[in-house]
Design a protein around this ligand. Structure first.
Ligand code: PEP
Length: 249
């Protein structure tokens, strides 16, 4: 049995006073059955403060991106070792906003994933097709290319999580049909099994991301091979995020 993960990606949102959302989330989920793991990926400026607040909490923290190097002349970048030092246990790599805004290629994503492991972080590696690629019936080709070129050797259920995030569903309120989600997740599962073997490939979590909200979480989370969610907008408000987590009660 795979324990699901509900992860929140705050993107470039959150300042010191956003700590109230973390406190509310912690209160909102405490005492409930822990059927899933819970992760928040705030801006890196907040990781250390949140980590100090969450010492006795099941809520885990992650970074939203990392550089491939440990130190050096890379103005504005953050090393995975810095995320880990601040209290992160996870890092997201290959988010479509990084792929688009920063021209990150599959090869870069692969190197960042390896760097995350070097720092002892679990890696959430995002894949997903553009709207035009879906319309041209290229979804599975795109996903296969991204998986093939960005998953590093040495992947295991302990160090890698895949997030399927159709780019056109991110922040738009649009979601694929559950049939479409099932098709892509099953494709990813089969890919993982054929490339890593049944033992590892069957146990790597595959998250769905793209406009997951309190009102659609239960339906999306019950699709076969969906082992949790990567949530953007709806993770910013503790109440909404707690309701998404409640899909696993
Ligand atoms: C995301 O940023 O990964 C995401 C899925 O965003 P949203 O939930 O807002 O679509």
């Amino acid at each position: 049995m795979i324990k699901p993960l509900v992860a929140g990606n705050w993107k470039m949102n959150g300042i010191a006073k956003s700590a109230t959302q973390i406190i509310n989330l912690n209160d909102g989920i405490s005492g409930r059955s822990a059927n899933c793991d819970v992760l928040i990926c705030p801006p890196s400026t907040l990781i250390m403060a949140f980590s100090n607040m969450l010492k006795d909490s099941p809520i885990m923290l992650g970074g939203q991106d990392c550089h491939k190097n440990e130190t050096g002349a890379h103005t504005g970048d953050i090393a995975p070792e810095m995320l880990s030092d601040a209290g992160a246990q996870y890092v997201i790599v290959g988010h479509s906003e990084r792929r688009m805004d920063h021209k990150e290629r599959d090869k870069d994503v692969c190197e960042k994933a390896q760097a995350g492991w070097r720092a002892g972080l679990k890696v959430i590696l995002c894949v997903g097709e553009l709207n035009g690629e879906r319309s041209a019936d290229l979804t599975l080709n795109v996903i296969e290319r991204q998986l093939k070129n960005s998953i590093p050797e040495g992947s295991t259920p302990e160090n890698l999580i895949i997030a399927y995030e159709p780019v056109w569903a991110i922040g738009t309120g649009l979601t694929p049909t559950t049939k479409d989600v099932e098709q892509v997740h099953s494709f990813i599962r089969n890919y993982l099994i054929s490339s890593l073997g049944a033992e590892k490939g069957s146990n790597i979590k595959i998250l769905y991301g793209g406009s997951v909200k309190p009102n659609n979480a239960k339906e999306l989370m019950s699709v076969p091979n969906v082992n949790g969610a990567l949530v953007g907008g709806a993770s910013l408000k503790a109440e909404d995020f707690a309701q998404i987590i409640a899909a696993y009660e």
